[in-house]
Design a protein around this ligand. Structure first.
Ligand code: G3P
Ligand code: MG
Length: 238
C-alpha cells in the first residue's frame, strides 16, 4: 500500500479552501482535487429537510441573517451561499457524489436528526450505495448513539474537541469506527487507546503539510483538510 492510500484525506466541508463551504461546488471541487472522502455538516430544518450547513446562523456564509431555523425552506433556498450556490440538501449532495467518494455526514443538530439521516442513508443503501461509503459523525454523542441504534450497520465516528478522562472510551461504547479529534487535542495516549481498540483516528482541520506529516508520524490515520490537494501532493513525495 502506498503512503497516499494508507493515510485518509478528507475534504473538509467539501474543499473549503477553494469553494464556498458545504455547497455542491465545494463537494464537487473536493472530489475533483482527488479527495477520497468529503465531509459536510447536516442540520434538520423545522420543515423536515436535511440542510447541509455549518452554523446556527446565516450571517457568516450567506447573504441572509439570523437563525437558519427561523426561516422557511424556500426562503433559505433563495439565499446565496457563495458564488451563486444555494444551501443544498443532504439528498442533493449524495446525488452529486453518486458513490464517487466516501461521505462523512456530520450531524450538527439533534432531536430527530439521527432518525432523518438514517432514513435517507437507508434509501441510498437500498439504491446500491455500499455501507463503507458512509461515515456518520457528531459532537453530540447521544444523537450519534441514537443513529447507531437506528442504523447499526453504518460506520460512525465520535467527534471530540478535548481529551476525555476515559480516553477513547466514548468511541468504544458507541461502536465507532473512528475517533475524529481536534488538532488542538492530539494526545499520544488517546491515539494509542483508540488503536488498541481497533478505532482509527482522524484529525481536523489540518491545512499544513508539515503538520500532516507530524500527525502521521504519531500514528494518526487521516486528516480533514480544506485543501485536499496539499495532503495528496505532500504524501506523494514521501
Ligand atoms: O468533522 C470534522 C470537523 O468538521 C468538525 O468541526 O466545526 O468544522 O464541523 P466543524
Ligand atoms: Mg464538520
Amino acid at each position: 500500500m502506498s503512503a497516499a492510500t494508507a493515510f485518509t484525506v478528507i475534504g473538509h466541508r467539501g474543499a473549503r479552501g477553494h469553494a464556498p463551504e458545504n455547497t455542491l461546488l465545494a463537494i464537487d471541487t473536493g472530489i475533483a482535487l482527488g479527495a477520497p472522502w468529503v465531509e459536510f455538516d447536516v442540520q434538520l430544518h423545522p420543515s423536515g429537510a436535511l440542510l447541509v450547513f455549518h452554523d446556527l446562523t446565516l450571517d457568516r456564509t450567506t447573504n441572509g441573517c439570523g437563525f437558519l431555523a427561523d426561516h422557511g425552506f424556500e426562503a433559505l433556498r433563495a439565499l446565496d451561499a457563495g458564488r451563486g450556490q444555494m444551501i443544498p440538501t443532504l439528498e442533493e449532495v449524495l446525488d452529486l457524489v453518486d458513490q464517487r467518494v466516501g461521505v462523512n455526514i456530520e450531524l450538527k443538530s439533534a432531536d430527530g436528526t439521527a432518525e432523518a439521516v438514517a432514513g435517507v442513508i437507508r434509501n441510498y443503501v437500498a439504491a446500491g450505495w455500499p455501507i463503507e461509503k458512509f461515515l456518520v459523525s457528531s459532537f453530540h454523542l447521544p444523537e450519534l448513539w441514537e443513529f447507531k441504534q437506528l442504523a447499526p450497520e453504518i460506520p460512525v465516528g465520535a467527534l471530540l474537541c478535548g481529551v476525555p478522562l476515559d480516553w477513547a472510551g466514548c468511541a468504544l461504547e458507541l461502536g465507532a469506527a473512528t475517533l475524529n479529534l481536534s488538532s488542538e487535542f492530539v494526545d499520544p495516549r488517546l491515539i494509542a487507546d483508540a488503536h488498541a481498540h481497533g478505532i482509527k483516528v482522524y484529525v481536523y482541520t489540518v491545512n499544513n503539510v508539515a503538520e500532516m506529516r507530524m500527525l502521521r508520524g504519531m500514528g494518526v490515520d487521516g486528516v480533514f483538510t480544506d485543501y485536499p490537494e496539499r495532503a495528496l501532493a505532500g504524501f506523494a513525495i514521501l
